[in-house]
Design a protein around this ligand. Structure first.
Ligand SMILES: Cc1cc2nc3c(=O)[nH]c(=O)nc-3n(C[C@H](O)[C@H](O)[C@H](O)COP(=O)(O)OP(=O)(O)OC[C@H]3O[C@@H](n4cnc5c(N)ncnc54)[C@H](O)[C@@H]3O)c2cc1C
Length: 390
């Protein structure tokens, strides 16, 4: 009989069964790697299963744009790749300007992108905005439109990647929290209450909990948790097709086919890392509801059905860490997606598989290196010294 306490072996261990863990596992298994995913709770329990589902290249920081554009092509090809579309609807994404100054900011943003060769964001005038979304309040002045963006269903997408990975032989162990990682010789060991697991390569996709694991190998990453909130309304007759954001205030807004409206936009609630739980701050939700009724006055009396908060990982510079460790060999990170990692999941999973199996990803990940914070620290320390001596 097999010893249940025997170390279970694979080529790659993945810690964390969110979208980045499941997508990376899928893409590595596709290349023939034997992969085990260790998940503390259950797959898609945290951000990856409870987010707003925005598939948005619009408004990305410059270093993320190549990744987001590459990922978007996978979204459009999802059924081909993993056997189902994750509920993806290419609704387009629209960022609304409410004043002339905001519209000017939109123009400057798009001009900046064009100067870097990116042409996916288009400035549109007030009439075009109102043609696209006739129910919007009349005070809008224009906006930015990205036709190939959209939204998808988070739990369904993450589960679809999990099932596709399982079909390629990936094993998922849920209720299996990794308490300690260590490298012995050429192998990594992950210790859990359910026993030890070992592989040559280790990937940390543990979301807001990743910093704790990196610390175990002496890699200090400035990552902190936030409890991001969303609310969903009662059903209402169809009035909005695109996924919406705003230029001057936080907003993420979409109406599903069943009539419900999901409202969010980096609304910060409470994150309880130790309890693995996010808590809603209702006073802050009220402010967001105000933005929505300013833009769609006819929703003033629409009831809210449910609100929730998910625990998300944020970094100091609002960019993710997608990188080989600088402290240990064969250790890799993909975390810190700062409220925008759902759209990136399919693409980053592929890039991480290239980084881990080939050493060179097809798109440069230099901007996401784990040691960039040390460099920033050094640069700001140098600048502080410079100021102090002049
Ligand atoms: C309310 C909300 C709205 C959002 N809206 C959008 C949006 O519209 N568009 C968009 O692109 N992004 C959005 N995001 C962000 C997006 O959901 C995340 O960036 C993305 O899901 C992160 O995926 P992940 O796999 O890195 O992390 P997670 O989904 O957090 O997965 C990490 C997993 O690791 C597990 N884990 C942690 N520690 C351990 C351990 N020691 N051992 C084993 N397992 C462990 C956790 O249990 C968890 O399941 C939103 C997020 C939230 C919370």
């Amino acid at each position: 009989m097999n010893d249940p306490r025997a170390v279970q072996e694979a080529d790659v261990l993945v810690i964390g069964g969110g979208l980045h863990g499941t997508s990376s596992a899928f893409h590595m298994a596709r290349r023939g790697a034997k992969v085990i995913v260790l998940e503390a709770d259950y797959v898609a329990r945290h951000s990856s299963g409870v987010n707003a589902g925005g598939v948005r290249t619009l408004g990305r920081p410059l270093p993320e744009i190549p990744l987001a554009l590459m990922s978007r092509e996978i979204w459009h090809d999802m059924t081909e790749r993993i056997g189902e579309d994750g509920g993806f609807v290419p609704s387009g994404q629209l960022k609304i300007a409410e004043t002339d100054d905001e519209l000017e900011d939109c123009r400057k943003r798009v001009a900046l992108l064009e100067s870097h060769g990116f042409t996916h964001e288009k400035v549109i005038d007030r009439e075009t905005v109102l043609d696209l979304e006739p129910a919007l309040a009349r005070h809008v002045t224009g906006g930015i439109w990205v036709e190939r963006d959209g939204y998808a269903l988070p739990f369904r997408t993450t589960t679809a990647f999990r099932l596709a990975a399982q079909r390629l032989g990936v094993r998922f162990l849920e209720g299996t929290p990794v308490r300690r990682i260590e490298q012995r010789g050429t192998r990594w060991f992950a210790h859990t209450p359910q026993g030890a697991f070992s592989a040559e390569k280790l990937l940390v996709t543990a979301g807001a909990w990743s910093g704790e694991l990196a610390k175990q190998v002496g890699e200090s990453v400035p990552v902190h948790p936030e409890g991001l909130m969303l609310m969903v309304t009662h059903r209402v007759a169809p009035f909005c097709r695109a996924t919406l954001g705003a230029t001057g205030r936080p907003l993420s807004f979409k109406q599903f086919d069943n009539g419900t409206v999901v409202i969010g936009g980096k609304l910060i609630g409470i994150a309880e890392l130790a309890n693995r739980h996010g808590e809603v701050d209702f006073m802050r939700l009220v402010r967001s509801a105000q933005t929505v009724t300013d833009l769609f006055p006819h929703l003033r009396h629409l009831g809210v059905n449910r609100a929730w908060a998910g625990v998300e990982a944020f970094t100091e510079d609002e960019l993710p860490v997608i990188s080989a460790s600088r402290k240990a060999s064969n250790l890799y990170y993909s975390f810190g997606y700062c409220g925008s990692g759902f759209q990136l999941g399919p693409g980053c999973g592929q890039l991480v598989s290239e980084l881990m199996l080939d050493g060179t990803p097809s798109i440069s990940l230099d901007a996401f290196a784990v040691d960039r914070f040390d460099r920033h620290e050094t640069a700001s320390a140098a600048s502080a010294r410079h100021l102090a001596t002049h």
